[in-house]
Design a protein around this ligand. Sequence first.
Ligand code: ASP
Ligand code: MG
Length: 611
Amino acid sequence: MSVIVQKFGGSSVATAERIKAAARRAVRAKQAGDQVVMVVSARGDTTDDLIALAQEITEQPPAREMDMLLSTGEQISVALMAMAIHEMGEPAISFTGVQIGIRTDSTHTKARIREISTERIREALREGKIAIVAGFQGVDEKYDITTLGRGGSDTTAVALAAVLKHDATAKEEERRVECEIYTDVDGVYTTDPRLVPEARKMDAISYDEMLELASMGAGVMHSRSIEFAKKYDVPLMVRSSFSDAEGTWIVPETEWMKQVVVCGVAIAKDETRILIDGVPDKPGVSHRLFSLIASQSIAVDMIGQSFGSGGKASIGFTVLRNDLNLTLATLKPLVDELGAVIRTVEDVSKVSIVGTGMRTHTGVAEKMFAALAAENVNMKMITTGDIKISVLVEKADGAKALKAVHSAFNLQSPRPGAGVNGEQILEEFKSRPDHRIGDAVRDLAQATSRLAGMEDIVISGVSLDDEYGRITISGLPDKPGNCSRVFQAVAAAGISVETIVQNLTAVDQAEISFTVPKSDLRRALIRTQDVVRAIDPKISVAGDSDIAVLFVFGVGMRTHTGVARTMFGALAQKGINISLITTSEVCVSVMVELARGKEALQCLKEAFQIP
Ligand code: ASP
Ligand code: MG
């Protein structure tokens, strides 16, 4: 016997027929001997309709009342689901978030789970009932209803699976938990199949790859739910509610994944790029900017701080379009005080490639940029993470860019993890120990304290890299292909490029910085100079070997708006200047001067309490 948490999204419960189909699935799992918990979303477009209804009454509905309203959608679904199961002759009981004690903070409409009690669910399961839980909702200290942000039912499901799995008071077999996410697609694809019909379904993907893809619009799962799954080692399967086909497993990283240089390409279309120019290049400035934004719970996605010149840096970043007005209003006073200007605000598409193998393979960026250049797509901003490279392009170029990159990496063809070793993956997965609970559960007190902070950021490591040197090109004409030419030349010389940051700094000009191994710096510099001089002899190229790059790795770097704040804050306090910043979902990196590298590392370790 195991516990199976089955989550059904809005489309999987849209009609009476579909509710019955979902009910049948749960009943089948129960009759096969498992304990079944269902987590259900609001039916079809209910949540959207409720939002529209509120808009008819007022443009600015109070967030508390919004949650009161939105939570009703899921309440309807759980009641109907329980009825459907009763009708099939199985006992079932529905619960709201309040009833099972999903405690959250009070950030209405984007609340974060603090704690979940397992008592009522266990009781129901032990009585042989199917437990049906309303997704997306919780309750704060004052018993006010909260919601977890759009798409939040995934988070409810994974969080429930996590607590059930780590519940030290339960019997061993009751701690064997899997989570199935039923949706209207049959798995995770190499890219959005609606935009690129050749996209291929993947058999398995790592938590980190999924995290990097999900936040960027792969759109299959809510990224916070994947953070949870990774942190609590909950095996997840995304699968179709309309068929019995195996879906895509989301699991810890395994050996074969290292050969997959790019597993998928994602596009995010609802981002806005903001560029602040003339920011004093002094310690503490980025900290002030990003902590202000964090104070409003606005999630900043991509951050690229450029090197700048004359003591001034440019900071480019993206936020979701919905958060734009709030972001601008929040930043205005500080930008004025700094004597900086908000120079660009524009809607963009972000295209990102993701793959575990990127860590060890070279020439990946170059290939992506060349594919874009061949399609005449201009790159407005570039940032790189450990297993991801993201490029901002004109909003209208998004789909074209996505197609070009997808075929450049030949993602339509079978490969390990997508059509080749499916059987082996399953074997490997099924032969894992029954419950990979870790040490926490062995010590009840420790387990409870971990669960109480279950949504706190988990920073898994901080590292310093002083083996790299930096090359910065300023004043590169902002034309498709220029950037690609640079990286092609560097790759052709067999030099591997680590971090890349590109911003459009002045009108029609880009600044690109990238790092290469110190031993290759001179060669890379000469190559770069040759290329850019051919474009325009006035473009300046500088190299610097006295730099250190600090990486902070963890989970949920973006949804936890406080990571950048803590990181930049700790460095600011020590008076350490940050010359470059680049972010991804699982990694934030900054560049500092070499002489202060070790000190910076120490200070970040303290800030994130890493021994
Ligand atoms: N009903 C909520 C929404 O549409 C939660 C969910 O579907 O996961 O955002
Ligand atoms: Mg929904």
